[in-house]
Ligand binder design. Structure first.
Ligand code: HAM
Length: 432
């Protein structure tokens, strides 16, 4: 029979064990930072009804028009979609379980999202987002909180990014701006590319986001939404800026920042870097006061953001934050037979004391088990040789120091019963 090689799906990545350390660092840091602001975890299913995203994200957005993985459930004919983002899903869940009834909610999530985009560096078809959603807060205080949370996350991860802010104002202000913008774009119809002409009626604001160099000058001179903001919206933006400045967070106002999802009003923001080529946005978010009501809930103001994990991890790696992570603290080698049984008992004893332990499995040659011990990046090897075990002893050998630097220490023979004293509850053994 011909061998068939089955490969992974284009644009969907495997995470290999060597990468686990940096992913865990990202996830742990993000969780801890979110918790330090009082955010709690929420999980929603990866599949949702297609209508949720069509209504939430917006029919005329790229995501809904061409990027969703949607299908009909063959059992019951339901239209389903692999979530392309999680904000709509969190709102759907909040409405369904009425979780903002008594108190506002600070929530975070982490998980895979799916968009059928053309894969390239930093742009995948399955990618992970870490996001925070603050439901039931009118802002701008919570908008400032979300920005300081993200700034702290970059600091704790040892990376740098720049903040771009804009205001999309209120619905009526956007409507007035849209009218002026469409009139202006129609006057410049000759300069519009095919994509822009298509968007003229459906989503003209997104034309401002174009990367087409031939349209830059025209877009630069287009009516700016900022100039259409009324007094309340300007005050909102002013308070946001004052709050961000008071925390010492640098930012620039980018009047062309419009975001690719339809649910925003007032605050929108992106954290960007020039280190990742064309996919330089590592985090995007803003205020989405209309969304919960649009999805059938009680009018509830809200704001949030989502971070692209792959992009941030690439920055952490570039900043030297990708140290190899040891598979265990102590590697227990043995020679098979009754030395293996002793090795397993030692393994349990050391795990009771809180150590991460690998007891050798496979070939019982010492050479191969010491090679495995070294590959595991363990700090210590406990060696259960035939002669030592018969004499109620084991050998211990320091392989690496706490920083992971290789050590070439002699091995020492110790009594079996002193093992738990030496490797007490502390990570560092105590020979005193
Ligand atoms: P978004 O701008 O579509 O916003 O995505 C947020 C972040 O996810 C982006 O800035 C980027 O880092 C990452 N991302 C997006 N698409 C891809 C992709 N194809 N491959 C790799 N990374 C990607 C949202 O999703 C909103 N739900 C954010 C939000 C939360 N707004 C309010 N709350």
């Amino acid at each position: 029979m011909a061998k068939i090689k089955i490969t992974g799906i284009k644009g969907m990545n495997d995470m290999l064990p060597e990468e686990a350390g940096i992913w865990e660092k990202f996830e742990d840091t993000a969780r801890c930072v979110a918790a330090s602001y009082g955010y709690r975890q929420i999980r929603t299913p990866i599949l949702e009804a297609t209508g949720l995203f069509a209504r939430g994200v917006g029919e005329a957005t790229d995501i809904v028009e061409k990027e969703m993985y949607s299908f009909t459930d063959s059992m019951n004919g339901e239209q389903l979609t692999l979530r392309p983002e999680c904000t709509s899903a969190v709102c759907r869940c909040a409405i369904e379980h009425n979780i903002t009834y008594n108190a506002p909610q600070r929530l975070w999530y982490f998980g895979p999202m799916f968009r059928h985009e053309r894969p390239q560096r930093g742009r995948y078809r399955q990618f992970y987002q870490f996001g925070c959603e603050a439901l039931g807060f009118g802002g701008p205080d919570v908008d400032i909180e979300l920005l300081s949370l993200t700034a702290r996350l970059w600091k704790n991860l040892g990376i740098k990014a720049s903040l771009q802010l804009n205001s999309l104002g209120a619905t009526e202000e956007r409507a007035r701006h849209r009218e002026a913008l469409v009139a202006y774009l129609k006057d410049n119809y000759d300069v519009l590319d095919e994509d822009a002409r298509r968007r003229l009626e459906t989503n003209p604001l997104r034309i401002l986001d174009t990367k087409n160099p031939d349209m830059q000058a025209m877009v630069e001179a287009a009516p700016r939404l900022l100039d259409f903001l009324g007094e309340d919206s300007r005050r909102f933006l002013g308070s946001l800026e004052a709050g961000v400045q008071a925390l010492g967070i640098d930012y620039t106002i980018n009047p062309r920042l419009v975001r690719g999802l339809d649910y925003y009003n007032h605050t929108v923001f992106e954290w960007v870097t020039d280190q990742l080529g064309s996919q330089g946005t590592i985090c995007g978010g803003g205020r989405y006061d209309p969304l919960i009501e649009m999805l059938g809930g009680r009018a509830t103001p809200a704001a949030g953001f989502a971070i692209g994990a792959e992009r941030v991890i690439e920055l952490v790696r570039a900043a030297g934050g990708d140290k190899p992570v040891a598979a265990c603290d102590i590697y227990v080698a043995h020679q098979g037979g009754h030395t293996e049984l002793v090795a397993r008992q030692i393994g349990e004893q050391l795990r009771d004391a809180g150590h991460r332990v690998i007891v050798h499995a496979g070939s019982t040659s010492f050479k191969s088990s010491m090679k495995r011990a070294d590959q595991s990046l363990a700090q210590w090897a406990v060696i259960c040789g035939e002669n030592e075990v018969n004499a109620g002893q084991v050998a211990i050998k320091r392989l690496r120091d706490a920083q992971g630097n290789q050590q070439f220490a002699e091995q020492m023979t110790i009594a079996l019963e002193s093992l738990s004293e030496i490797f007490g509850a502390a990570k560092e053994p105590d020979f005193s």
